[in-house]
Design a protein around this ligand. Structure first.
Ligand SMILES: Nc1ncnc2c1ncn2[C@@H]1O[C@H](COP(=O)(O)OP(=O)(O)OP(=O)(O)O)[C@@H](O)[C@H]1O
Ligand SMILES: [Mg+2]
Length: 258
């Protein structure tokens, strides 16, 4: 049975998508079978993986529809990345999202769809959109675990309270098995005093499992559909993502060192 991990934060631009892609690819390099789910209508994960959303035959919309396509028929594999698969997204998800609101057990739509393929993977990694929307609720309802990337700035740090409240509600009413693995501090700039202060707060108040520095190399693979962990495996951020993947595999989470 796959471990389902949601990468969530309602804040925009905190590197949910980049972290999903890199951690997933890192797990895949360790021989784990990984399925990524793009739950954002912006389709950033789909594009990052080198795909053109409009050219994809079946997307996540097809598994979330009222009359769904079989989940396995919506899975895309890659010639250039072994062990990694994707269910892509497309802008239509924004419309479907509003229709999902009027369905019974609307939080469990994704969970039901994933149950069809759960046995085929070691990990299913869900890239959430930047809202606490029904799509994020679906991701959290399906997930065994949650990783929260958070930018090292004050407003992003403050936004964590709201996310935590939501996860507490999900745990109480919808998905009692959900567990927060921890927080990854992202876009960290060590030479900025405020970043350092927020990093220390995150470390004191949350289970901080990784620190990803702001680095130009993060954007480099984007045109080739390759994440940093595959293209620049010696880069600091690649090593940090690899470390996080290894913690996920061992299911032992150590405090980040910074
Ligand atoms: N370590 C990094 N250093 C510098 N830039 C980064 C790093 N990681 C990601 N980025 C860039 O930061 C931007 C936001 O990243 P990303 O799209 O992964 O965030 P997100 O949380 O998924 O955003 P959204 O909320 O819109 O879905 C992107 O342009 C990405 O290329
Ligand atoms: Mg994103």
């Amino acid at each position: 049975m796959a471990n389902i991990i949601a990468i969530a934060n309602q804040k925009g631009g905190v590197t949910k998508t980049t972290s999903t892609f890199n951690i997933s690819a890192a797990l895949a390099t360790q021989g784990k079978k990984v399925l990524m789910i793009d739950m954002d209508s912006q389709a950033s994960l789909t594009i990052s993986a080198g795909l053109e959303p409009l050219e994809v035959e079946h997307t996540v919309c097809d598994i979330l529809e009222k009359t769904p396509v079989a989940t396995k028929d919506c899975i895309i594999t890659f010639d250039h990345i072994e062990n990694l698969s994707l269910i892509a997204s497309i802008i239509d998800l924004a419309v479907l999202e509003t229709q999902m609101l009027s369905r019974p057990a609307r939080e469990k739509i994704l969970s039901r769809a994933l149950s069809q393929v759960e046995e085929d993977y070691d990990y299913i990694m869900i890239d959430c959109p930047p809202q606490l929307s029904i799509l994020t609720m679906n991701a959290l309802s399906a997930a065994d675990k949650v990783i929260i990337p958070v930018k090292t700035d004050y407003l992003a740090y403050r936004g964590l309270t709201q996310l935590n409240d939501t996860i507490v509600d999900i745990k109480e009413y919808v998905n009692s098995k959900i567990k927060v693995i921890g927080v990854i501090a992202t876009l960290y700039e060590a030479n900025i005093k405020e970043d350092k202060e927020i990093l220390e707060k995150l470390d004191a108040e949350y289970n901080l499992i990784g620190v990803i520095k702001k680095a130009a190399v993060a954007k480099k693979g984007i045109y080739d559909g390759l994440p940093v962990v595959l293209q620049y495996s010696q880069a600091d951020i690649a090593k940090e993502y690899m470390k996080i993947a290894n913690m996920i595999i061992s299911d032992k989470y150590e405090k980040a060192v910074f």
